[in-house]
Design a protein. Structure first.
Length: 257
């Protein structure tokens, strides 16, 4: 079995694959202060609760946008699985061309998303990851990563709005019944959520125009994907495990390396 880990700024998403099937999925908080043993105990507990043995794992593939955590996680993998993990780093085989001014600056999670989106949904495609930051990526009609854009995540935007004002209160990120709110909380929810939908629709429209393909498939992943997708027809597919699927594919493409 292949164990995959996507280390993000907020969470570490983990998936265990048997061949191409994702059989278990877990999520941990990303904590810079955790030791390798603390992560090891947490991961071991998750395996135990699922009735799984760590001995079943034959390979580990990791993407990370939090470099300070990488050594700790690598140490944990060696100690608790007896396996040195592979990281998505420059030079690794992905199976796609990357048309980026500086490919080494491209986030490994975006590479994984590009690999999975093109493999599972075809191309051209647009993939959107609604995480701490919202990242848009494009795979062109030749199957190459063509670029994209990055926006503040919806949670970051809402937190910044509250912190940067004197009287606006904290509020829950839930969709209100209408755009026209009758109190401060519903006004905030409406502006952030429906305003974000408008931003997503506009960016997708512009990207499709630049590609010259109105039939471009749009795939969404990440924690806020379902909420945003429920308010727009611009998103065709939702795949909450897109990054982990990309990690599995990249592992297979480097299995002999």
């Amino acid at each position: 079995m292949i164990f995959t880990m996507d280390i993000g700024n907020t969470n570490i998403k983990m998936g265990l694959f048997k061949d191409s099937e994702l059989i278990h999925y877990w999520r941990l908080a990303t904590k810079l202060t955790n030791t390798s043993d603390e992560y090891g105990i947490l991961v071991t507990s998750l395996f135990d609760s699922a009735g799984l043995s760590r001995d079943q794992v034959t390979g580990i593939m990791i993407s990370s946008v939090v470099p300070p955590v990488n050594f700790t996680i690598e140490h944990m993998c060696n100690d608790y699985f007896g396996i040195t993990p592979k990281f998505v780093l420059p030079g690794i085989k992905t199976g796609i061309n990357i048309h980026y001014d500086n490919p080494q600056a491209l986030g490994s999670d975006r590479i994984c998303n590009a690999v999975a989106a093109s493999e599972y949904y075809g191309y051209p495609c647009i993939f959107i990851d609604f995480g701490t930051a919202t990242t848009f990526g494009v795979v062109d009609e030749k199957g190459a990563f063509a670029g994209g854009c990055i926006c503040p995540g919806i949670k970051i935007a809402s937190d910044a709005l509250v912190r940067g004002t004197a009287k606006l209160p904290n509020f829950e990120l839930v969709k209100p019944d209408s755009v026209i709110g009758r109190n401060t909380i519903s006004n905030l929810q409406s502006g952030i959520i429906f305003g974000y939908v408008g931003q997503v629709e506009y960016l997708i429209k512009k990207m499709k125009k630049e590609l010259g393909r109105d039939d471009t498939v749009v795939v969404a992943t990440g924690g806020m994907a379902r909420m945003i997708a429920s308010e727009t027809k611009a998103i065709d597919k939702i795949d909450g495990r897109l990054t982990l699927k990309g990690l599995r594919l990249i592992y297979e493409r480097n299995a002999a390396v």
